[in-house]
Write a protein that binds this ligand. Structure first.
Ligand code: IVH
Length: 735
């Protein structure tokens, strides 16, 4: 850049002209930066322009009004619109062994009360390793395409999907509303060619076809998507204004007749042995297929059975994914370390000589626990067999046969006792470590003082099935925790405020190309010294952070300020409260306020609030004890209040079928049922909006008692609760 006149030497007219031209450029760059994949200028040019604007504004303050420098961050990225799925997009349960598949079919048989020899036809389809999408047609016209997102809400990628030549735009003879689901993927050949082009152009290369497909579809500019070779298979139904078929096989036929691409390998099988034969045959063909698959999906063919089977948590009871076996490799186990989890569990893990396992480089693997290591006799120094399957953490299978062995057996006591120490301690915080009677796990007793536990909890809080905050992965959490910016969940929602309060001039300082950034691992005392004198540093002061990454993170956080109650409860990381339990709690109590109050009321135990809690399906005394001990801790109650103040916690969805006379009612089933199995009766009641509870209390509305009913029936009579026979119940819910 040519030498510039110092800003204070400019005449007012010169200043106005230079400032005006530059401000226009910067505004355009800001816009491009946020909406295009490829910004027009490099960071240094952008930074220099912004610095010059600030200089001019310092000399001529009236020019600052409306300038791009006045904006905190830049204009919000346009981003994708959100699409709420009319029918949730679920995932599939996994099977790994043939036995799991037989078990799956057995469960269906029991649930539907089918005779042991009644045929259960299944459709088997390759499980495509791509990303799932939903395609909505109205009056036969393609109107909207969306990604899966969190299953409830995805991103509108209509324009991007229109670049796929395989996507039917208009279909004839379709119902008024038709939502077809499927997988967008990239063939192996297209993936390799794309990577070659990317490399030649100096652009980033993709790790595998799946990432390439995802990265290509999720482009804000669909013109970029158009240059990427994406393919499509369709395989499921979402919303539909009328029934499409009697069974899945017939449904696939209809899809084909409408012009949708379906997988030619899909096969209708008469029984479980036939699907297993299909699985083993596809396994042999796998490497030669033009696209990546990671298993085979089995679906109950009959739609009426699918309907009756319904869903558990996030997956249908009528389908399962049979995964291919984990890919294995041999490598050297360099050392065994111990890490600390969210609840203080100390888990041994293996540091490995990095090795490629089925396309992914693996340098670490979990070792589960002390007993597992002893059983497999794994030692540091061994040559080991490791394996990985899908997204799960790689595991050490055991020492490789016929290889020299490491010198000494592993012992947790030895690994946790420091040199010269006399008892095992947590490797992170130094608190006492103990192996609890009757458990395999060792635990750190440090609780909140242990930074590893605190960061793991934060990580869980932000993770995919909890708050799902993009950009708050392990690395960034560890960093934000280290600099003291985020030490508890509520701090996450204060990050934006802190950044916004830092004067722009102070931020501008760190944009200078000459200014060295601070290492993320800068010692805490140095940081504290700085912060006490000069206030908080902007995140861009640290290595690896740029305006764009800070901006993206803050936006991702803002997007999660409103959160469904069930996700909120799951995010708290209470022991034994997984997704399914969190959902049950949310449904049962309805709102955050009601749940918190009820838990506080239940603390004394043996009162009505407590009985109400343990009457919830799958919540027994042990889970209840974990929930209540969470509420007993004052620091948890404070953290909860703090968090609730930052958020909008959305009430749990009201039961769908409010029209049913049993919606919102608490029902207990006891004794024998004849028309359907207990499992189906429960699922059916729940689908009508009833709450199925395990024990009778004053809050129970109906007790459905079959032959052989005992103490629950007696209790109902004592409390004068309506008792129905199975027939009466069926009549009530309309058969
Ligand atoms: S059926 C309600 N069929 O696997 C069931 N899914 O692990 C809907 N997938 O999210 C899914 N190939 O992205 C189905 N032939 C296939 C599939 C398939 C790949 C993916 C899909 C789904 C994931 C579940």
């Amino acid at each position: 850049m040519s030498t510039q006149t110092p800003a204070h030497s400019l005449s007012p007219l010169e200043a106005r002209m230079e400032h005006g031209a530059l401000a226009e450029k910067v505004a355009r760059w800001d816009q491009l930066y946020h909406t295009e994949d490829a910004p027009e200028v490099d960071d240094a040019t952008y930074d220099a322009a912004k610095r010059r604007l600030l200089e001019i504004e310092a000399a001529f303050p009236d020019l600052a009004a409306g300038s791009p420098t006045a904006r905190v961050g830049a204009a919000p990225a346009e981003g994708f619109g959100k699409v709420r799925h009319a029918v949730p997009m679920l995932s599939l349960d996994n099977a790994f062994e043939d036995g799991d598949v037989r078990e799956f079919v057995g469960r269906i048989r029991r649930f539907l009360a089918l005779a042991p020899d009644a045929p259960i036809a299944l459709v088997a389809e390759p499980k495509i390793d791509g990303l799932s999408i939903s395609l909505r047609y109205e009056d036969g016209r393609f109107v909207q395409g969306a990604t899966r997102g969190d299953g409830t809400e995805g991103e509108d990628v209509t324009a991007n999907l229109l670049t796929l030549s395989q996507l039917p735009r208009l279909i004839e003879g379709a119902p008024r509303v038709l939502e077809v689901r499927g997988e967008v993927y990239m063939t192996k050949a297209d993936f390799m060619a794309l990577n070659q082009r990317q490399e030649a152009a100096g652009d980033k290369v993709f790790a595998n076809p799946r990432n390439a497909a995802a990265g290509s579809l999720r482009q804000l500019d669909h013109r970029i998507t158009a240059t990427r070779p994406l393919s499509l298979f369709t395989y499921a139904l979402g919303d539909a204004s009328e029934p499409i078929a009697d069974g899945h096989w017939q449904f696939l036929e209809r899809l084909k007749s409408w012009g949708f691409p379906t997988n030619p390998l899909a096969t209708r099988c008469d029984d479980v042995e036939a699907v297993l034969a299909f699985y083993h045959q596809i396994g042999e063909q796998r490497a030669g297929l033009p696209y990546d698959i990671d298993g085979v999906v089995y679906k109950v063919d009959r739609h009426d059975w699918q309907q009756r089977l319904g869903f558990v948590s996030r997956s249908p009871r009528w389908a399962i994914a049979h995964k291919f076996p984990a890919e294995q490799a041999r490598t050297h186990l360099k050392a065994i370390h111990v890490s600390v989890g969210r609840t203080g569990v100390l888990t041994p893990w293996a540091e490995l000589e990095p090795v490629n396992v089925g396309g992914v480089v693996v340098g670490q693997a979990t070792l589960h626990n002390e007993d597992d290591i002893a059983r497999k006799d794994i030692r540091a120094g061994d040559t080991v067999i490791i394996q990985r399957a899908g997204d799960v953490i790689p595991q050490v299978v055991g020492p490789a046969p016929d290889a020299p062995r490491g010198p000494a057996a592993f012992s947790m006591v030895a690994a946790l006792t420091p040199l010269g120490g006399d008892h095992p301690v947590c490797p992170v915080c130094g608190s006492h470590a103990e192996r609890i009677e009757g458990e395999v796990a060792w635990r750190c007793t440090g609780g909140l003082v242990c930074p590893a536990q605190a960061t793991e909890r934060l990580f869980h809080f932000a993770s995919r099935n909890a708050f799902d905050i993009e950009g708050l992965g392990e690395k960034n959490i560890a960093f934000l925790f280290h600099i003291g910016r985020v030490t508890k969940p509520a701090d996450i929602f204060r990050l934006g405020e802190i950044e916004a309060a830092i004067p722009d001039e102070k931020k501008a300082l760190w944009r200078s190309p000459k200014k060295d950034k601070l290492a993320q691992s800068i010692p805490r005392d140095m940081l504290d010294f700085h912060t006490q004198r000069l206030g908080p540093l902007p995140l861009i002061a640290f290595e690896g952070w740029k305006d764009k990454s800070v901006d993206n993170l803050l936006k991702a956080i803002e997007a999660r300020r409103a959160i469904p109650l069930e996700r909120f409860i799951f995010a708290l990381g209470i022991r034994q409260v997984g997704e399914a339990t969190a959902k049950r709690l949310a449904r049962h109590y309805g709102s955050f306020g009601a749940w918190r109050q009820a838990m506080m009321d239940a603390i004394p135990r043996e009162n009505e609030a407590y009985h109400d809690l343990v009457s919830i399906e799958d919540i027994g005394p042990s889970v209840a004890a974990d929930i209540l001990s969470f509420f007993e801790e004052e620091h948890n109650r404070i953290a909860l209040g703090d968090l609730a103040g930052q958020l909008t916690i959305q009430d749990a969805a009201k039961p769908v079928s409010t029209g049913s006379p049993v919606a919102g009612k608490a029902v207990v089933f006891t004794g024998e049922l004849t028309a359907m199995t207990r499992a189906e009766a429960k699922a059916r009641a729940e689908s009508l909006g009833a709450k199925v509870v395990g024990s009778v209390s004053k809050k129970t509305d109906y007790v459905v008692a079959g032959p052989g009913a005992g103490s629950k029936l007696a209790e109902a009579q004592k409390l004068e609760i309506a008792v129905l026979s199975e027939e009466e119940w069926l009549a009530l819910i309309g058969g």
